[in-house]
Design a protein around this ligand. Structure first.
Ligand code: BEZ
Length: 304
């Protein structure tokens, strides 16, 4: 049995159709059918129910699919990681969600650069969902994001939980209050959430904080990204809920207030390819924790 057989079978099983699978694999349909037949002969069991349309997997087929996919993920990771080990110059590509740029990301990257000047660090802004894809394709080595995923080929470390705050147009009646606000105080304000896509996103975390408190805001507008939401808040178009680190993004016409509800937090996640234990990643994690220590932040240390 060759890796090719696994790749072909996964494509057929996912597409549930030989023609579409052949297109996805850029091969003709007859050789694809022959390869699947060869695989079934080698295993001595049927993987696909004969004559089923759309195509249905047998119990053995479902078992094979569940195990073939993680194997292919591991092979892909092995390629990206071996290429990295083999490179003379050390590199580390970091994906990050925009909000971290206004918080601790710059300190963390500076600390890492000071400690490891030999490593060439590159930074790319992208949503958490895009980070997962970029990790799998080897375009980044680590992602700093906020949205949980159950993808077995990605390892996630929850670095800390960050409180959410509300961004209000300065002069807004709620900005005059000295004490913190509760989500219930915000229900009738036009709420700007971001990013619109890809989902799930921070927008869903904000809406989940409301629904966990059994609340539903009256008027929600989705906007493309954090910077747009903040610009619209500054223009008096509505309010937005953001991680507290965004307060580092000083905007002349925006005031921030704490939110007191206990559900109103967003995790900061460190995501890497599951098998990747490179020293660059260990060192990046150490840089994060050393900045947390300097700032007296609460966190639970986890190793790679
Ligand atoms: C944080 O805010 O905890 C954080 C930001 C960027 C990278 C890592 C952690």
């Amino acid at each position: 049995m060759e890796l090719r057989h696994l790749r072909y079978f996964v494509a057929v099983a996912e597409e549930r159709n030989f023609t579409r699978a052949a297109e996805r694999l850029h091969i003709a349909q007859p050789p694809l059918s022959r390869q699947i037949q060869q695989l079934e002969e080698y295993l001595g069991v049927a993987l696909i129910e004969k004559g089923s349309r759309p195509l249905k997997l047998t119990e053995a087929g479902q078992f094979f699919l569940a195990h073939a996919k993680p194997l292919l993920d591991q092979v892909r990771d092995l390629k990206a990681m071996t290429q990295r080990v083999g490179k003379l110059e050390r590199t580390l590509s970091v994906g990050f969600v925009a909000s971290t740029l206004y918080g601790l990301l710059p300190d963390i990257i500076r600390r890492y650069r000071e400690r490891h000047p030999e490593v060439e660090v590159t930074l790319q802004e992208m949503t958490t969902v895009d980070q997962l894809k970029a990790l799998k394709e080897g375009r980044i080595d680590v992602g700093f994001g906020r949205i949980k995923s159950e993808d077995p080929s990605i390892r996630r470390i929850r670095l800390r939980d960050e409180r959410m705050v509300v961004a209000l147009p300065s002069g807004h009646r709620l900005a005059q209050r000295q004490e913190g606000l509760r989500l219930v105080d915000l229900l009738h304000e036009p709420l700007l959430v971001y990013p619109k896509a890809p989902r799930p996103s921070f927008a869903d975390q904000v809406l989940a904080a409301f629904s966990e408190a059994n609340l539903m805001p009256d008027h929600v507008t989705e906007v493309r990204e954090l910077q747009i939401a903040m610009g619209l808040v500054a223009a008096g178009q509505g309010i937005s809920i953001v991680p507290e680190s965004v307060q580092g993004m000083h905007h002349r016409n925006v005031a921030y207030r704490a939110i007191e509800d206990k559900h109103a937090f967003s995790p900061v996640l460190f995501s890497v390819r599951h098998m990747d234990r490179s020293p660059e990643l260990e060192n990046m994690l150490a840089a994060v924790y050393s900045i947390y220590d300097d700032m007296g932040l609460h966190y639970e240390k986890e190793g790679l």
